[in-house]
Design a binder for this molecule. Structure first.
Ligand code: SF4
Length: 474
């Protein structure tokens, strides 16, 4: 447990995120006090760490950037405060985090900010190391990802990604933070949900046509879309009129995939599919509440391969009772099977979750070693890291990385992560986005709760019409 005190009272939420990963390295409650001062040339941040009777002070001075824009000035001031808190805690605990003082979801955005302001791409890694304390391995990773993404980012202002959310799964994984319900328990809601969803899809197609949008890709996610019965799955796919575009369906749970459902997906133009084991260790699978066995994954993968889909597989590092050996086997096995994409996640645990203090979780340094193994081993096998994002409360403050075989990149993942294309989203908890010229982003969230979405979802369609109309500005 820790407490933050900041004078002046600012950046509280950001500093909290900065301190949170160090909580695991201190046995006692501790206080981090920050005193920020500035003059025309410099920011000074004095940090005091108090733990029981122990107290340690640090002082960091950083030169100011010469910028006029008030928002930018504030951003640099915040970065200096965060870096000071990070460096103080790092020295105090002797722990260096892979992303240094970076706490944001998309570290690539900082790299693009640097390049768009005239930064030299060959100095990018150095810039990330010097300015944020990012480790050389992660700085290099960002460089490689930026290189891999470039040719996929030339969107056109009328292009949109089309997203559909299916919030049902065959069982609830213990670490899940998505809008998703247990299919059996929520069985009565499935058909009414699909009814409203279909109306929202029709409504969205009209919006697309009326406003002259062009659909760049379709993504059906969840939840587990293949937890739907074949007839309901067919109804959803039949409502989507976009063909000959990149079309992904996140089948996810291997125990929901059948030849019949894959055939329906093919008929309606799906080109990419996810088959996610998360791990291939039976004991770990049962500990995380996934009621399928490793053999279900192998069967589903073989069916999807035979049907000719581009296949993504998700793995997680840092699961309870997952040793390095188990993780290595997970990575080696899916690569050997020839998965076209492999997305390696770090376990993220919600605050308050029973799992948070579980003795069965690997240590942060063990989880970091797993992610390092994935980076080294997959790149050696010819996989290219091509997108990356972070979530709150990830073990070791690490990351999720998408790897691909060359030519199998998922454009939807890149444009969604880098926020370069607007998104028209349907279903409970789905978030639509409009990206305006100059990079301004507006969001429109659907009702999160599935029951409320069924009851009131239609009443909110008018908001969607206004939001995506070409007259909409703020
Ligand atoms: S399969 Fe995904 S969405 Fe479904 S419960 Fe597990 S983590 Fe959540």
């Amino acid at each position: 447990m820790f407490k933050i005190i900041s004078y002046p009272a600012e950046f509280y939420d950001d500093l909290r995120l900065e301190v949170a990963p160090f909580d695991r390295y201190l046995d006692n409650e501790f206080i981090v006090e920050r005193k920020g001062e500035e003059n025309d040339e410099e920011y000074t941040n004095k940090i005091t760490i108090k733990e029981g009777t122990r107290e340690k002070e640090y002082s960091f001075v950083e030169a100011k950037h010469s910028v006029e824009d008030e928002l930018l000035k504030q951003r640099y001031k915040k970065r200096a405060a965060k870096r000071a808190v990070y460096e103080a805690l790092s020295e105090y605990t002797g722990v260096k985090l892979p992303w240094g003082s970076l706490t944001g979801i998309r570290p690539t955005h900082l790299a693009y900010e640097y390049l768009n302001h005239g930064g030299d791409k060959h100095r990018l890694a150095e810039y990330l190391e010097e300015s944020f304390g990012v480790s050389p391995k992660r700085a290099r990773l960002i460089y490689d990802i930026i290189e891999a993404q470039r040719k996929y980012l030339n969107g056109n202002s009328s292009s949109v990604n089309f997203y559909i959310h299916i919030p049902f799964c065959p069982s609830r994984c213990s670490y899940c933070s998505f809008t998703s319900l247990d299919y059996q328990k929520a069985n009565k809601m499935v058909e009414p949900y699909i009814e409203v969803l279909l109306e929202e899809i029709y409504e969205s197609c009209e919006i697309i046509e009326k406003n002259g949008y062009k659909v760049d890709s379709v993504y059906i996610g969840g939840g587990t879309p293949t937890s739907l019965d074949p007839e309901l799955l067919r109804k959803v796919l039949d409502a989507v009129p976009f063909r000959d575009v990149e079309y992904t369906l996140e089948a996810g749970r291997p125990d929901t995939i059948t030849e019949e459902k894959l055939e329906i997906c093919r008929q309606f133009g799906v080109t990419r599919i996810s088959v996610n084991p998360q791990t291939l260790d039976e004991n770990v699978l049962s500990l995380i509440g996934r009621h399928h066995a490793a053999c279900d994954f192998f069967n589903a993968f073989a069916m999807a391969k035979k049907a000719g889909f581009i296949i993504n597989t998700d793995l997680i590092a840092g699961l309870p009772s997952q040793s390095m050996q188990i993780f290595q086997n997970d990575v080696e096995t899916v690569a050997k099977l020839g998965a076209d994409n492999i997305t390696v996640h770090t376990l993220s645990i919600k605050n308050g979750s029973a799992m948070k203090n579980s003795a069965e979780l690997p240590r942060n340094d063990e989880t970091e070693a797993m992610m390092n193994f994935a980076i080294d081993s997959l790149t050696e096998k010819g996989y290219i890291p091509y997108y990356l994002y972070r979530q709150k409360n990830m073990l070791g403050n690490l990351e999720n990385i998408g790897f691909t075989l060359d030519g199998c990149q998922c454009r939807n993942n890149i444009t969604t992560m880098e926020e370069t294309l607007s998104v028209i989203a349907c279903g409970a908890g789905a978030i639509g986005k409009r990206i305006f010229a100059g990079g301004r982003i507006e969001r429109l969230s659907n009702l999160h709760d599935v029951k409320l979405y069924i009851e009131q979802g239609k009443e909110r369609f008018f908001k969607k019409r206004i939001f995506y109309s070409n007259q909409f500005t703020i």
